[in-house]
Design a protein around this ligand. Structure first.
Ligand code: R5P
Length: 323
């Protein structure tokens, strides 16, 4: 009997962000795997791989964009189908990891959905997960398997270093993001400040009070966040920083969820430029604002898939800053 001993790379996309997956596949010089998709009359999701996946190293790219529950379920079903079709290894590639913000109990009787998501991936049959700029690093420890944490920091650093001039302050819009802002500041030779925000516990996505800690007067401020959802956080921070005498405000965030009032809020906010990535599909209305720049994470995702496939270092791609 002869064993060819050659590994086979197969990359698949869910329906959330096929444009990103296409870009990744192109960089890897592979075709996206063929998948038949359908729905049962009651809305249940059906998927079937058209070609054999037996013995293959499989990557399922899916961002948890709106409708988020549908997209999560689709990815889980795709993983289940791969497992049952004897794929050798399955990596869930999740550019935006849904439900990660609920990573601890803030009040009695709340869930910890970030952990539950890990359990779901493992139960479906994933062998590992790769994600970009997790809301908090500890989510990596919520599965008992390898978790590759990617970061868009190199993309932003490269872009900002070409855009910024004069005295710069990197501003975290909450105390939890100070580490992120400090990392940026270190690379861009900037100061660090943060906004103290308080959220209403009775209404989701509502910021009610804030103070700024750090030097922003007479400086160009860059607000750095991981997620822009309704934009309440960054817009309130931008207004506050301008009130405190900032020269200008730019906003940088990896995941442009941009739900509900986000685009409207950004359009009237004192924000000179919003820089996001394509971990999620970006709404046309956002691009139409004219001051929104979208950077592609495809090279980072493709590099990571290649490294995992070749058993090479992922952290080397990010110079060890992806923790
Ligand atoms: C919260 O901790 C996150 O880092 C973001 O600041 C938050 O999710 C943004 O939400 P929104 O845009 O709705 O204020």
């Amino acid at each position: 009997m002869e064993r060819p001993g050659r590994k086979r790379l197969m990359v698949f996309t869910g329906s959330a962000n096929p444009e990103l997956a296409e870009e990744v596949a192109k960089l890897l010089d592979v075709e996206l795997g063929r998948v038949e998709r359908g729905r049962f009359a009651d809305g249940e999701i059906y998927v079937r791989y058209i070609d054999s996946v037996r013995g293959a190293d499989c990557f399922v790219i899916q961002s948890h964009s709106n409708p988020i529950n549908e997209h999560i379920m689709e990815q889980l079903i795709m993983i289940d189908a791969l497992k049952r079709a004897s794929a050798k290894r399955i990596t869930a590639v999740v550019p935006f990891y849904g439900y990660a913000r609920q990573d601890k109990k803030g009040r009695p009787r709340e869930p910890i959905t970030a952990r539950m998501m890990g359990d779901l991936f493992m139960a479906a049959g994933a062998d590992r997960i790769a994600s970009v700029d997790l809301h908090t690093g500890q989510v990596q420890g919520f599965i008992d398997a390898p978790f590759d944490s990617l970061t868009a920091l190199p993309l932003f650093e490269d872009y900002l270093s070409r855009r910024l001039e004069g005295p710069i302050t990197m501003v975290s819009p909450d105390s939890g993001g100070v580490k992120r802002a400090t990392r940026f500041a270190h690379h861009l030779d900037a100061e660090v400040a943060f906004v103290y925000k308080r959220r209403r516990t009775d209404v989701r996505n509502e910021v009610v009070a804030q103070w700024v800690v750090g030097d922003v007067e007479g400086r160009h401020c860059v607000i750095v966040d991981d997620i822009i959802d309704t934009a309440g956080t960054v817009v309130a921070s931008a207004e506050l920083v301008m009130e405190r005498g900032a020269l200008s405000v730019m906003v940088v965030a990896t995941h442009g969820v941009l739900s509900g009032p986000a685009v409207k809020r950004i359009s009237t906010a004192p924000i000179s430029e919003l820089v996001i990535t394509n971990t999620l599909p970006i709404a046309k209305e956002a691009v139409a604002l004219g001051n929104v720049t979208v950077l592609s994470v495809a090279p980072l995702v493709a590099g990571t898939i290649e490294a995992i496939f070749n058993d090479a270092s992922v952290s080397e791609i990010f110079k060890g800053e992806n923790t």
